[in-house]
Write a protein of this length. Structure first.
Length: 580
Protein backbone atom coordinates (compact mmCIF):
# COMPACT_ATOMS: atom_id res chain seq x y z
CA UNK A 1 0.00 0.00 0.00
CA UNK A 2 1.39 3.36 -1.01
CA UNK A 3 0.79 6.27 1.36
CA UNK A 4 -0.07 9.71 -0.01
CA UNK A 5 2.61 12.38 0.23
CA UNK A 6 2.01 14.69 3.18
CA UNK A 7 2.59 18.43 3.01
CA UNK A 8 5.45 19.90 5.08
CA UNK A 9 4.65 21.66 8.33
CA UNK A 10 6.58 23.28 11.13
CA UNK A 11 7.61 21.08 14.06
CA UNK A 12 9.44 21.50 17.32
CA UNK A 13 13.24 21.23 17.09
CA UNK A 14 14.67 17.77 17.73
CA UNK A 15 18.28 16.80 18.47
CA UNK A 16 19.18 13.63 16.58
CA UNK A 17 22.21 11.52 17.50
CA UNK A 18 23.91 8.71 15.62
CA UNK A 19 27.48 9.14 16.95
CA UNK A 20 26.90 6.65 19.73
CA UNK A 21 23.54 5.12 20.68
CA UNK A 22 20.91 6.28 18.17
CA UNK A 23 18.64 8.73 19.99
CA UNK A 24 16.42 11.77 19.63
CA UNK A 25 15.78 14.55 22.15
CA UNK A 26 12.71 16.77 22.01
CA UNK A 27 11.92 20.00 23.81
CA UNK A 28 11.02 18.16 27.02
CA UNK A 29 13.73 15.50 26.98
CA UNK A 30 14.59 12.15 25.35
CA UNK A 31 12.04 10.64 22.97
CA UNK A 32 11.15 6.94 23.18
CA UNK A 33 12.43 5.84 19.80
CA UNK A 34 11.56 2.17 20.29
CA UNK A 35 13.28 -1.13 19.57
CA UNK A 36 16.21 -1.95 17.25
CA UNK A 37 14.22 -1.96 14.00
CA UNK A 38 12.53 1.41 14.52
CA UNK A 39 15.80 2.82 15.88
CA UNK A 40 17.53 1.40 12.79
CA UNK A 41 14.97 3.01 10.49
CA UNK A 42 15.58 6.36 12.17
CA UNK A 43 19.35 5.87 11.82
CA UNK A 44 19.17 5.10 8.09
CA UNK A 45 16.97 8.11 7.43
CA UNK A 46 19.33 10.29 9.47
CA UNK A 47 22.37 9.04 7.55
CA UNK A 48 20.56 10.22 4.42
CA UNK A 49 18.93 13.28 6.02
CA UNK A 50 16.68 15.26 3.67
CA UNK A 51 17.22 12.68 0.90
CA UNK A 52 14.96 9.90 -0.27
CA UNK A 53 15.87 6.35 0.74
CA UNK A 54 14.24 3.64 -1.39
CA UNK A 55 12.10 0.98 0.29
CA UNK A 56 14.40 -1.79 -1.01
CA UNK A 57 17.47 -0.19 0.60
CA UNK A 58 15.66 0.37 3.89
CA UNK A 59 14.62 -3.29 4.01
CA UNK A 60 18.14 -4.49 3.11
CA UNK A 61 19.74 -2.38 5.85
CA UNK A 62 17.18 -3.37 8.50
CA UNK A 63 16.96 -7.09 7.76
CA UNK A 64 20.14 -7.88 5.83
CA UNK A 65 20.21 -10.19 2.81
CA UNK A 66 17.13 -12.19 3.85
CA UNK A 67 14.25 -9.83 4.71
CA UNK A 68 10.92 -11.43 5.72
CA UNK A 69 8.07 -11.68 3.24
CA UNK A 70 6.14 -8.91 4.98
CA UNK A 71 9.14 -6.56 5.27
CA UNK A 72 7.39 -3.69 3.46
CA UNK A 73 4.37 -3.96 5.73
CA UNK A 74 6.58 -3.89 8.82
CA UNK A 75 8.48 -0.94 7.37
CA UNK A 76 5.23 1.04 7.11
CA UNK A 77 4.45 0.21 10.74
CA UNK A 78 7.85 1.54 11.81
CA UNK A 79 7.36 4.67 9.69
CA UNK A 80 3.99 5.24 11.33
CA UNK A 81 5.63 4.95 14.75
CA UNK A 82 8.29 7.54 13.80
CA UNK A 83 5.60 9.91 12.55
CA UNK A 84 3.78 9.55 15.83
CA UNK A 85 7.01 10.36 17.66
CA UNK A 86 8.32 13.19 15.46
CA UNK A 87 5.19 14.55 13.80
CA UNK A 88 3.42 13.62 10.60
CA UNK A 89 5.44 16.07 8.49
CA UNK A 90 8.80 14.74 9.66
CA UNK A 91 8.83 11.55 7.55
CA UNK A 92 7.80 12.32 3.96
CA UNK A 93 6.68 9.67 1.47
CA UNK A 94 8.47 10.06 -1.87
CA UNK A 95 8.01 8.18 -5.14
CA UNK A 96 10.17 5.16 -4.17
CA UNK A 97 10.80 5.51 -0.46
CA UNK A 98 10.93 7.92 2.49
CA UNK A 99 12.72 11.14 3.42
CA UNK A 100 13.34 12.43 6.92
CA UNK A 101 13.19 16.21 7.27
CA UNK A 102 16.10 17.43 9.40
CA UNK A 103 16.77 21.11 10.06
CA UNK A 104 20.31 22.53 10.12
CA UNK A 105 22.07 21.84 13.41
CA UNK A 106 19.67 19.09 14.52
CA UNK A 107 21.88 16.11 13.61
CA UNK A 108 25.11 15.44 15.47
CA UNK A 109 26.71 13.93 12.36
CA UNK A 110 26.07 17.12 10.37
CA UNK A 111 27.50 19.27 13.18
CA UNK A 112 30.52 16.93 13.42
CA UNK A 113 31.16 17.20 9.68
CA UNK A 114 31.04 21.00 9.78
CA UNK A 115 33.39 21.24 12.76
CA UNK A 116 35.90 18.84 11.19
CA UNK A 117 35.82 20.81 7.95
CA UNK A 118 36.50 24.00 9.87
CA UNK A 119 39.32 22.36 11.80
CA UNK A 120 40.98 21.07 8.63
CA UNK A 121 40.72 24.52 7.05
CA UNK A 122 42.28 26.15 10.12
CA UNK A 123 45.10 23.60 10.04
CA UNK A 124 45.76 24.41 6.39
CA UNK A 125 46.06 28.08 7.36
CA UNK A 126 48.52 27.24 10.13
CA UNK A 127 46.06 28.14 12.92
CA UNK A 128 46.68 25.14 15.15
CA UNK A 129 44.88 26.54 18.21
CA UNK A 130 41.66 27.29 16.32
CA UNK A 131 41.88 23.91 14.57
CA UNK A 132 42.34 22.11 17.88
CA UNK A 133 39.32 23.84 19.39
CA UNK A 134 37.02 22.94 16.46
CA UNK A 135 38.23 19.34 16.28
CA UNK A 136 37.99 18.85 20.05
CA UNK A 137 34.38 20.04 19.89
CA UNK A 138 33.70 17.66 16.99
CA UNK A 139 35.17 14.63 18.77
CA UNK A 140 33.18 15.46 21.93
CA UNK A 141 29.99 14.67 19.98
CA UNK A 142 30.91 10.98 20.00
CA UNK A 143 29.36 9.05 22.91
CA UNK A 144 30.61 5.60 21.96
CA UNK A 145 30.60 3.41 18.82
CA UNK A 146 28.35 4.86 16.15
CA UNK A 147 24.83 3.50 15.56
CA UNK A 148 24.41 1.92 18.97
CA UNK A 149 21.19 -0.05 19.49
CA UNK A 150 20.37 -0.76 15.82
CA UNK A 151 20.32 -4.12 13.96
CA UNK A 152 23.74 -5.70 13.34
CA UNK A 153 23.15 -5.72 9.58
CA UNK A 154 23.01 -1.93 9.63
CA UNK A 155 26.06 -1.56 11.90
CA UNK A 156 28.07 -3.88 9.64
CA UNK A 157 27.28 -1.85 6.53
CA UNK A 158 27.33 1.74 7.82
CA UNK A 159 29.35 1.64 11.03
CA UNK A 160 32.90 1.29 9.62
CA UNK A 161 32.62 4.42 7.47
CA UNK A 162 31.48 6.47 10.45
CA UNK A 163 34.27 5.10 12.64
CA UNK A 164 36.77 5.94 9.90
CA UNK A 165 35.58 9.55 9.96
CA UNK A 166 36.17 9.69 13.70
CA UNK A 167 39.72 8.31 13.34
CA UNK A 168 40.53 10.82 10.59
CA UNK A 169 39.17 13.64 12.76
CA UNK A 170 41.36 12.50 15.63
CA UNK A 171 44.40 12.40 13.34
CA UNK A 172 43.76 16.05 12.48
CA UNK A 173 43.26 16.85 16.16
CA UNK A 174 46.52 15.09 17.07
CA UNK A 175 48.30 17.07 14.35
CA UNK A 176 47.01 20.32 15.83
CA UNK A 177 47.99 19.26 19.35
CA UNK A 178 51.49 18.29 18.25
CA UNK A 179 51.87 21.67 16.59
CA UNK A 180 50.83 23.32 19.87
CA UNK A 181 53.16 21.23 22.03
CA UNK A 182 50.27 19.19 23.48
CA UNK A 183 51.91 15.81 22.83
CA UNK A 184 51.37 14.51 26.36
CA UNK A 185 47.60 14.91 26.08
CA UNK A 186 47.21 12.72 23.00
CA UNK A 187 49.48 9.79 23.86
CA UNK A 188 46.73 7.77 25.55
CA UNK A 189 44.22 7.90 22.71
CA UNK A 190 46.91 7.53 20.06
CA UNK A 191 48.10 4.37 21.81
CA UNK A 192 44.56 2.96 21.84
CA UNK A 193 43.94 3.84 18.20
CA UNK A 194 47.27 2.37 17.06
CA UNK A 195 46.34 -0.85 18.89
CA UNK A 196 43.01 -0.82 17.05
CA UNK A 197 44.55 0.18 13.68
CA UNK A 198 48.08 -1.25 13.77
CA UNK A 199 48.80 -0.64 10.07
CA UNK A 200 47.69 2.99 9.98
CA UNK A 201 50.96 4.81 9.29
CA UNK A 202 49.84 8.33 10.15
CA UNK A 203 48.67 7.26 13.62
CA UNK A 204 51.95 5.45 14.25
CA UNK A 205 53.91 8.49 13.10
CA UNK A 206 51.96 10.76 15.47
CA UNK A 207 52.36 8.34 18.37
CA UNK A 208 56.11 8.13 17.79
CA UNK A 209 56.41 11.93 17.72
CA UNK A 210 54.34 12.32 20.89
CA UNK A 211 56.27 9.63 22.77
CA UNK A 212 59.68 10.92 21.72
CA UNK A 213 58.81 14.48 22.74
CA UNK A 214 57.63 13.17 26.10
CA UNK A 215 61.04 11.55 26.59
CA UNK A 216 59.65 8.04 26.09
CA UNK A 217 62.11 7.17 23.32
CA UNK A 218 62.14 3.35 23.84
CA UNK A 219 58.35 3.25 23.47
CA UNK A 220 58.52 5.38 20.32
CA UNK A 221 61.07 3.00 18.80
CA UNK A 222 58.96 0.01 19.87
CA UNK A 223 55.93 1.51 18.11
CA UNK A 224 57.97 1.75 14.91
CA UNK A 225 59.18 -1.85 15.19
CA UNK A 226 55.62 -3.12 15.76
CA UNK A 227 54.36 -1.23 12.70
CA UNK A 228 57.26 -2.40 10.52
CA UNK A 229 56.77 -6.06 11.47
CA UNK A 230 53.01 -5.92 11.04
CA UNK A 231 53.26 -4.27 7.64
CA UNK A 232 55.78 -6.85 6.44
CA UNK A 233 53.63 -9.77 7.59
CA UNK A 234 50.27 -8.44 6.39
CA UNK A 235 51.24 -6.73 3.14
CA UNK A 236 54.88 -7.55 2.43
CA UNK A 237 55.75 -3.83 2.42
CA UNK A 238 58.21 -1.51 4.18
CA UNK A 239 57.27 1.70 6.03
CA UNK A 240 57.15 4.93 4.02
CA UNK A 241 59.99 7.44 3.84
CA UNK A 242 58.38 9.77 6.39
CA UNK A 243 58.18 7.08 9.08
CA UNK A 244 61.66 5.75 8.31
CA UNK A 245 63.07 9.28 8.53
CA UNK A 246 61.32 9.88 11.85
CA UNK A 247 62.71 6.60 13.22
CA UNK A 248 66.23 7.62 12.22
CA UNK A 249 65.85 11.08 13.67
CA UNK A 250 64.64 9.69 17.00
CA UNK A 251 67.65 7.38 17.12
CA UNK A 252 70.00 10.25 16.34
CA UNK A 253 68.22 12.60 18.72
CA UNK A 254 68.69 10.15 21.57
CA UNK A 255 72.44 10.28 20.93
CA UNK A 256 72.90 13.89 19.88
CA UNK A 257 70.90 15.63 22.60
CA UNK A 258 68.69 18.73 22.09
CA UNK A 259 67.62 19.53 18.56
CA UNK A 260 68.63 22.92 17.15
CA UNK A 261 66.06 25.71 17.45
CA UNK A 262 67.68 28.71 15.72
CA UNK A 263 64.67 30.66 14.48
CA UNK A 264 64.71 34.41 15.16
CA UNK A 265 61.90 35.77 17.33
CA UNK A 266 58.46 35.98 15.74
CA UNK A 267 57.26 39.39 14.58
CA UNK A 268 54.80 40.93 17.11
CA UNK A 269 51.55 42.07 15.54
CA UNK A 270 51.98 39.99 12.39
CA UNK A 271 48.93 40.64 10.18
CA UNK A 272 47.40 39.11 7.09
CA UNK A 273 49.09 36.75 4.63
CA UNK A 274 46.50 34.01 5.23
CA UNK A 275 46.69 32.79 1.63
CA UNK A 276 50.47 32.57 1.69
CA UNK A 277 50.51 30.86 5.11
CA UNK A 278 47.98 28.32 3.88
CA UNK A 279 50.03 27.69 0.73
CA UNK A 280 53.16 27.08 2.79
CA UNK A 281 51.34 24.69 5.12
CA UNK A 282 49.85 22.75 2.20
CA UNK A 283 53.32 22.50 0.70
CA UNK A 284 54.63 21.22 4.05
CA UNK A 285 51.96 18.52 4.11
CA UNK A 286 53.09 17.37 0.66
CA UNK A 287 56.62 17.01 2.05
CA UNK A 288 55.36 15.08 5.08
CA UNK A 289 53.70 12.58 2.74
CA UNK A 290 56.51 12.26 0.20
CA UNK A 291 59.74 13.25 1.98
CA UNK A 292 62.77 14.45 0.04
CA UNK A 293 64.03 18.03 -0.08
CA UNK A 294 61.49 20.77 -0.79
CA UNK A 295 62.50 24.38 -1.49
CA UNK A 296 60.28 27.45 -1.47
CA UNK A 297 61.45 30.92 -2.56
CA UNK A 298 59.62 33.79 -0.84
CA UNK A 299 60.44 36.85 -2.96
CA UNK A 300 59.47 40.49 -3.03
CA UNK A 301 60.61 44.08 -2.77
CA UNK A 302 62.38 45.38 0.36
CA UNK A 303 60.00 45.93 3.27
CA UNK A 304 57.24 43.69 1.91
CA UNK A 305 57.65 41.24 4.81
CA UNK A 306 59.45 38.25 3.32
CA UNK A 307 61.47 37.42 6.44
CA UNK A 308 58.53 38.19 8.72
CA UNK A 309 56.31 35.75 6.83
CA UNK A 310 58.94 33.01 6.72
CA UNK A 311 59.81 33.32 10.42
CA UNK A 312 56.15 33.58 11.50
CA UNK A 313 55.21 30.45 9.55
CA UNK A 314 58.31 28.59 10.75
CA UNK A 315 57.33 29.23 14.38
CA UNK A 316 53.84 27.90 13.68
CA UNK A 317 55.11 24.59 12.32
CA UNK A 318 58.41 24.12 14.17
CA UNK A 319 57.15 21.10 16.12
CA UNK A 320 56.63 19.24 12.83
CA UNK A 321 60.40 19.00 12.33
CA UNK A 322 61.77 16.31 14.63
CA UNK A 323 65.39 17.32 13.96
CA UNK A 324 64.88 21.01 14.60
CA UNK A 325 65.16 24.30 12.74
CA UNK A 326 68.31 25.86 11.28
CA UNK A 327 68.59 29.54 10.35
CA UNK A 328 71.13 31.50 8.31
CA UNK A 329 71.16 35.19 7.44
CA UNK A 330 73.12 35.01 4.19
CA UNK A 331 74.19 38.65 4.53
CA UNK A 332 76.36 37.74 7.52
CA UNK A 333 80.10 37.39 6.84
CA UNK A 334 81.85 34.04 6.80
CA UNK A 335 81.26 30.74 5.06
CA UNK A 336 77.62 29.67 5.45
CA UNK A 337 78.52 25.97 5.28
CA UNK A 338 80.97 26.42 8.15
CA UNK A 339 78.24 28.14 10.17
CA UNK A 340 75.82 25.28 9.54
CA UNK A 341 78.46 22.72 10.44
CA UNK A 342 78.85 24.31 13.85
CA UNK A 343 75.24 23.32 14.52
CA UNK A 344 74.94 19.94 12.81
CA UNK A 345 78.44 18.87 13.92
CA UNK A 346 78.52 20.45 17.36
CA UNK A 347 81.59 18.51 18.47
CA UNK A 348 83.51 18.89 15.21
CA UNK A 349 83.70 15.15 14.69
CA UNK A 350 83.78 15.32 10.89
CA UNK A 351 86.85 15.36 8.71
CA UNK A 352 87.39 16.35 5.09
CA UNK A 353 85.93 19.01 2.82
CA UNK A 354 83.20 21.11 4.58
CA UNK A 355 80.50 20.84 1.89
CA UNK A 356 80.67 17.03 1.93
CA UNK A 357 80.74 16.94 5.73
CA UNK A 358 77.63 19.12 5.80
CA UNK A 359 75.71 16.91 3.37
CA UNK A 360 76.73 13.79 5.30
CA UNK A 361 75.75 15.29 8.65
CA UNK A 362 72.20 16.17 7.51
CA UNK A 363 71.56 13.26 5.14
CA UNK A 364 69.19 11.32 7.43
CA UNK A 365 67.60 14.23 9.24
CA UNK A 366 64.21 15.89 8.80
CA UNK A 367 64.57 19.58 9.57
CA UNK A 368 63.59 23.06 8.52
CA UNK A 369 66.29 25.28 7.00
CA UNK A 370 65.47 28.98 6.71
CA UNK A 371 67.88 30.87 4.42
CA UNK A 372 67.27 34.60 4.77
CA UNK A 373 68.27 37.30 2.25
CA UNK A 374 69.67 35.11 -0.53
CA UNK A 375 71.30 36.94 -3.43
CA UNK A 376 71.27 34.24 -6.10
CA UNK A 377 70.47 30.59 -6.78
CA UNK A 378 74.09 29.42 -6.56
CA UNK A 379 74.31 30.67 -2.98
CA UNK A 380 71.25 28.58 -2.07
CA UNK A 381 72.08 25.53 -4.14
CA UNK A 382 75.31 24.94 -2.22
CA UNK A 383 73.34 24.68 1.02
CA UNK A 384 70.64 22.26 -0.13
CA UNK A 385 70.83 19.00 1.84
CA UNK A 386 70.61 15.60 0.23
CA UNK A 387 68.24 13.93 2.70
CA UNK A 388 64.76 15.04 3.75
CA UNK A 389 64.28 18.69 4.64
CA UNK A 390 62.18 21.77 4.03
CA UNK A 391 64.16 24.80 2.84
CA UNK A 392 62.54 28.24 2.86
CA UNK A 393 64.50 30.98 1.08
CA UNK A 394 63.78 34.71 1.22
CA UNK A 395 65.17 36.95 -1.49
CA UNK A 396 64.75 40.30 -3.19
CA UNK A 397 65.12 38.37 -6.45
CA UNK A 398 62.74 35.73 -7.74
CA UNK A 399 65.57 33.19 -8.20
CA UNK A 400 63.89 31.81 -11.29
CA UNK A 401 66.74 29.42 -12.09
CA UNK A 402 66.26 27.80 -8.65
CA UNK A 403 62.64 27.22 -9.60
CA UNK A 404 63.52 25.84 -13.04
CA UNK A 405 66.60 23.74 -12.21
CA UNK A 406 65.89 22.66 -8.64
CA UNK A 407 62.10 22.43 -8.60
CA UNK A 408 61.69 25.18 -6.00
CA UNK A 409 58.24 26.59 -5.43
CA UNK A 410 57.87 30.33 -6.03
CA UNK A 411 55.91 32.40 -3.50
CA UNK A 412 56.05 36.07 -4.55
CA UNK A 413 54.75 38.59 -1.99
CA UNK A 414 52.74 41.67 -2.87
CA UNK A 415 51.79 44.49 -0.50
CA UNK A 416 49.08 44.02 2.15
CA UNK A 417 45.34 44.29 1.67
CA UNK A 418 43.65 47.39 3.10
CA UNK A 419 42.23 45.64 6.17
CA UNK A 420 45.59 44.09 7.03
CA UNK A 421 47.33 47.45 6.58
CA UNK A 422 44.95 49.02 9.09
CA UNK A 423 45.65 46.18 11.51
CA UNK A 424 49.38 46.93 11.29
CA UNK A 425 48.70 50.65 11.86
CA UNK A 426 46.47 49.82 14.81
CA UNK A 427 43.91 52.40 13.66
CA UNK A 428 40.68 52.60 11.69
CA UNK A 429 38.98 55.44 9.89
CA UNK A 430 39.58 57.74 6.96
CA UNK A 431 42.92 59.10 8.20
CA UNK A 432 44.32 55.61 8.74
CA UNK A 433 43.17 54.52 5.29
CA UNK A 434 44.81 57.58 3.73
CA UNK A 435 48.05 56.90 5.60
CA UNK A 436 48.01 53.24 4.52
CA UNK A 437 47.59 54.38 0.92
CA UNK A 438 50.42 56.89 1.28
CA UNK A 439 52.63 54.05 2.60
CA UNK A 440 51.66 51.97 -0.41
CA UNK A 441 50.47 49.22 2.00
CA UNK A 442 54.13 48.23 2.40
CA UNK A 443 54.56 46.43 5.77
CA UNK A 444 57.89 48.13 6.65
CA UNK A 445 56.47 51.58 5.92
CA UNK A 446 53.31 50.80 7.89
CA UNK A 447 55.26 49.56 10.93
CA UNK A 448 57.42 52.70 10.93
CA UNK A 449 54.34 54.91 10.62
CA UNK A 450 52.59 52.96 13.40
CA UNK A 451 55.57 53.62 15.71
CA UNK A 452 54.85 57.36 15.59
CA UNK A 453 52.88 58.23 18.74
CA UNK A 454 50.94 61.06 17.08
CA UNK A 455 48.52 58.86 15.14
CA UNK A 456 47.49 58.85 11.50
CA UNK A 457 45.81 62.27 11.40
CA UNK A 458 48.81 64.08 12.87
CA UNK A 459 51.21 62.09 10.68
CA UNK A 460 49.35 63.22 7.56
CA UNK A 461 49.10 66.82 8.73
CA UNK A 462 52.83 67.04 9.33
CA UNK A 463 54.03 65.24 6.19
CA UNK A 464 53.72 66.63 2.64
CA UNK A 465 53.33 63.78 0.10
CA UNK A 466 56.72 64.55 -1.48
CA UNK A 467 58.45 64.11 1.91
CA UNK A 468 56.97 60.69 2.80
CA UNK A 469 60.28 58.87 2.40
CA UNK A 470 61.97 61.38 4.72
CA UNK A 471 59.36 60.62 7.40
CA UNK A 472 59.54 56.82 7.09
CA UNK A 473 62.56 56.51 9.34
CA UNK A 474 62.85 55.05 12.83
CA UNK A 475 66.10 54.38 14.64
CA UNK A 476 68.54 52.99 12.11
CA UNK A 477 65.84 51.69 9.78
CA UNK A 478 64.29 53.51 6.86
CA UNK A 479 62.37 52.64 3.73
CA UNK A 480 64.68 54.77 1.57
CA UNK A 481 67.73 53.00 3.04
CA UNK A 482 66.26 49.60 2.24
CA UNK A 483 65.55 50.73 -1.32
CA UNK A 484 69.02 52.22 -1.76
CA UNK A 485 70.89 49.00 -1.00
CA UNK A 486 68.52 47.05 -3.22
CA UNK A 487 68.88 49.50 -6.13
CA UNK A 488 72.67 49.68 -5.84
CA UNK A 489 72.92 45.89 -6.20
CA UNK A 490 71.29 46.00 -9.65
CA UNK A 491 73.42 45.92 -12.80
CA UNK A 492 74.18 49.42 -14.08
CA UNK A 493 72.12 48.98 -17.25
CA UNK A 494 69.00 48.04 -15.21
CA UNK A 495 69.48 51.03 -12.94
CA UNK A 496 69.66 53.27 -16.00
CA UNK A 497 66.44 52.01 -17.59
CA UNK A 498 64.62 52.07 -14.23
CA UNK A 499 65.50 55.75 -13.86
CA UNK A 500 64.37 56.46 -17.42
CA UNK A 501 61.01 54.74 -16.89
CA UNK A 502 60.29 55.97 -13.37
CA UNK A 503 58.54 59.22 -14.49
CA UNK A 504 56.01 57.40 -16.73
CA UNK A 505 52.72 59.17 -15.91
CA UNK A 506 50.58 56.00 -15.94
CA UNK A 507 49.70 53.50 -13.21
CA UNK A 508 50.49 50.58 -15.51
CA UNK A 509 52.53 50.33 -18.67
CA UNK A 510 53.62 47.79 -21.28
CA UNK A 511 56.87 47.02 -23.06
CA UNK A 512 55.66 49.07 -26.03
CA UNK A 513 55.20 52.18 -23.86
CA UNK A 514 58.57 51.66 -22.17
CA UNK A 515 60.26 51.19 -25.56
CA UNK A 516 58.83 54.48 -26.80
CA UNK A 517 60.21 56.34 -23.76
CA UNK A 518 63.63 54.68 -23.93
CA UNK A 519 63.89 54.87 -27.69
CA UNK A 520 64.70 51.17 -28.06
CA UNK A 521 63.10 48.11 -29.71
CA UNK A 522 60.06 46.61 -27.95
CA UNK A 523 61.89 43.28 -27.55
CA UNK A 524 64.77 44.96 -25.69
CA UNK A 525 62.34 46.88 -23.48
CA UNK A 526 60.48 43.66 -22.66
CA UNK A 527 63.74 41.95 -21.74
CA UNK A 528 64.68 44.78 -19.40
CA UNK A 529 61.20 44.89 -17.84
CA UNK A 530 61.27 41.16 -17.15
CA UNK A 531 64.69 41.56 -15.55
CA UNK A 532 63.39 44.39 -13.34
CA UNK A 533 60.38 42.28 -12.38
CA UNK A 534 62.71 39.36 -11.63
CA UNK A 535 64.59 41.68 -9.26
CA UNK A 536 61.19 42.60 -7.71
CA UNK A 537 61.70 46.27 -8.64
CA UNK A 538 58.58 46.18 -10.80
CA UNK A 539 55.27 44.49 -10.03
CA UNK A 540 53.34 42.56 -12.68
CA UNK A 541 49.62 42.92 -11.92
CA UNK A 542 48.83 40.90 -15.06
CA UNK A 543 50.76 39.37 -17.96
CA UNK A 544 52.51 41.98 -20.09
CA UNK A 545 51.67 44.86 -17.74
CA UNK A 546 53.99 46.47 -15.20
CA UNK A 547 53.69 49.04 -12.43
CA UNK A 548 55.87 50.84 -9.90
CA UNK A 549 55.13 50.72 -6.22
CA UNK A 550 54.39 54.37 -5.28
CA UNK A 551 57.26 54.54 -2.76
CA UNK A 552 59.66 53.00 -5.30
CA UNK A 553 58.54 55.61 -7.83
CA UNK A 554 59.27 58.36 -5.29
CA UNK A 555 62.67 56.84 -4.52
CA UNK A 556 63.57 56.62 -8.20
CA UNK A 557 62.42 60.19 -8.82
CA UNK A 558 64.68 61.39 -6.00
CA UNK A 559 67.59 59.31 -7.31
CA UNK A 560 67.02 60.63 -10.83
CA UNK A 561 67.09 64.21 -9.52
CA UNK A 562 70.27 63.54 -7.60
CA UNK A 563 71.94 61.95 -10.64
CA UNK A 564 70.86 64.85 -12.82
CA UNK A 565 72.43 67.27 -10.33
CA UNK A 566 75.67 65.32 -10.45
CA UNK A 567 75.53 65.31 -14.25
CA UNK A 568 75.17 69.12 -14.34
CA UNK A 569 78.22 69.51 -12.11
CA UNK A 570 80.21 67.08 -14.27
CA UNK A 571 79.21 68.86 -17.47
CA UNK A 572 80.44 72.16 -16.07
CA UNK A 573 83.75 70.36 -15.40
CA UNK A 574 83.82 68.91 -18.94
CA UNK A 575 82.49 65.40 -18.16
CA UNK A 576 79.63 63.76 -20.00
CA UNK A 577 76.64 61.96 -18.44
CA UNK A 578 73.94 59.61 -19.58
CA UNK A 579 71.40 61.75 -17.71
CA UNK A 580 72.18 65.03 -19.43
Amino acid sequence: MTEPERPGAARSPVRFRVLGPVAADGATGPLRVGGPKRRGLLAVLLLHANREVADERLCALLWGDHPPANARGQLQVYVSGLRGLLGKAAVVRESRGYRLVVAPGELDLEVFTGLVGRGVEELARGRAAAASEALREALALWRGPALGGVPESLVAREGPALQERRVVAFEHFAEAQLALGGHAGVIGELTALVREHPLRERLTWQLMVALSRAGRVPEALAAYDAFRRGLAVEQGLDPGDALVGLHRSILQGREAGPRPAELPHDVPGFAGRERELAELTGWLEEWERAGGVRVCVVSGMPGVGKSALAVHWAHRVRDRFPDGQLYLDLRDPGDPVARLLRTVEPHGRGTGEPDRRYRTAVADRRFLLLLDHAEDAAQVRRLLPGGSAVVVVTSRNRLGDLVVRDGARALPLDVLAVGDSLEVLGERGAAAEELAELCGHLPLALRIAAADPGGAARWLAETPPDRVLDRLVVGGESVAGAFAGWFAALPAELRDVALRWAPLPVSEFSARTAAAVAGCPVFDAGTALRALAGACLLAQPRPGRYRWHPLVRRFLARTRESNAGVARVERRGGASSAFG
